[in-house]
Design a protein around this ligand. Structure first.
Ligand SMILES: NC(=O)C1=CN([C@@H]2O[C@H](COP(=O)(O)OP(=O)(O)OC[C@H]3O[C@@H](n4cnc5c(N)ncnc54)[C@H](O)[C@@H]3O)[C@@H](O)[C@H]2O)C=CC1
Ligand SMILES: O=C([O-])CC(=O)C(=O)O
Length: 338
């Protein structure tokens, strides 16, 4: 499928390490994110079996994706599960990715999705707790700042919460930051990685440009515009899609990239570090116990949570705006789950 020069891109998306048996389940596989995400996961050499679940359309997506001639191991299975087969879909899954739920329309905030998505995510988390309590759970459904605490509380109630295995997927912010900084600096995104910390909505998204060799050179109005674009990149897509949803393709790319990082960690690869929204001690003293920062991934999930490091004066200000909003979002999730 890929020419030799294109392989460089695909190897950036999927780094490999010695594969082991890893079954990945996608809950919401029939949706705008779920479909391309399932396709990308089918191309990840670390995924040995794919379980696609949705209340609508998953068997069709599975039949379609199963024809793709990657990972041609004879035992490789792609199965699709309809509404009343969630437990079958989760059985034996080591990684569960959740993009189930409604997306935004223009004029909505991610928090406006709470009323619909909170119960979807809670019910899926209950099933994971029952059927695949040891799985790593990767939450994509918005509002991530609230849905991750909901999943945590649901697992806790079931007596199976392990903070090392629950992740809010904030990779799209990292992908956007690298892409937009590359656009400003004239470099390639490969050379412009940016650590993005905080949460996943507007002011809670805090890009640490001062810690990037290209980013620290961006100042004044260009800096303000770049930060704004990273924080509100999601709105850019929602507006352009004009009522037809939010980011799906770039999110599928980001979700597959993060799933690959988790799988590499589970495989024992060392030095896999990326930002993700996890139960975190970093700002607990401010009442914020979930936070995205660089996390080293390992055989049990979270291996080590890195501190956020030195901030510029501008970034201190961004953090001041982030923390109270994030606290509110987290508390809202906890109150719902209680
Ligand atoms: N974390 C992030 O960076 C991002 C998160 N998102 C979020 O991802 C979610 C999904 O977005 P799209 O795929 O565009 O939406 P979509 O509407 O295209 O797909 C959602 C899918 O979830 C399914 N679904 C609904 N309830 C379900 C349930 N109980 N069990 C299983 N499946 C169920 C629907 O049938 C549908 O196929 C939204 O909440 C969106 O805001 C979107 C982009 C980025
Ligand atoms: O903007 C949205 O609603 C979807 C999303 O989280 C993103 O694209 O970052």
């Amino acid at each position: 499928m890929f020419s030799r020069s294109a392989l460089r891109t695909s190897s950036r998306l999927f780094s490999t390490s010695a594969p082991r048996q890893t079954k990945v389940a996608v809950l919401g596989a029939g949706g705008g994110i779920g479909q391309p995400l399932s396709l990308l996961l089918k191309s990840d050499p670390l995924v040995t079996s794919l379980s696609l679940y949705d209340i609508r359309g998953a068997p069709g997506v599975a039949a379609d994706v199963s024809h793709v001639d990657t990972a041609s191991e004879a035992r490789y299975l792609v199965n699709g599960y309809a509404a009343d087969h969630l437990d079958d879909a989760l059985s034996g899954a080591k990684v569960v990715v959740i993009p189930a739920g409604v997306p935004r329309k223009p004029g909505m905030t991610r928090d406006d999705l709470f009323n619909t998505n909170a119960s979807i995510v809670r019910d899926l988390a209950s099933a994971v707790a029952r059927v695949a309590p040891d799985a790593c759970i990767l939450v994509i459904s918005n509002p991530v700042n609230s849905t991750v605490p909901i999943v945590a509380a649901t697992l806790e109630k079931a007596g199976v919460f392990d903070p090392k295995r629950l992740f809010g997927v904030t990779t799209l912010d990292v992908v956007r930051a690298a892409r937009f900084l590359a656009g400003v600096s004239g470099a390639t995104p490969n050379d412009t990685p940016v650590t993005v910390v905080g949460g996943h909505s507007g002011a809670t998204i805090v890009p640490l440009l001062s810690q990037s060799s290209y980013g620290k050179g961006v100042t004044g109005e260009a800096y303000a515009a770049l930060v704004n674009r990273i924080q509100f990149g999601g709105d850019e897509v929602v507006k352009a899609k004009d009522g037809a949803g939010s980011a799906t393709l770039s999110m599928a790319y980001a979700g597959a990239k993060f799933a690959n990082a988790v799988l590499r960690g589970l495989n024992g690869e060392k030095g896999v570090v990326t930002p993700t929204f996890v139960k975190s001690p970093l700002f607990e003293d401010k009442g914020v116990d979930f936070f995205s920062s660089n996390v080293e991934l390992g055989p049990n999930g979270v291996e080590k949570i890195h501190p956020i490091g030195q901030l510029s004066a501008e970034e201190e200000k961004l953090m001041e705006a982030c923390i109270p909003e994030l606290k509110k979002n987290i508390e809202k999730g906890k109150a719902f789950a209680a």
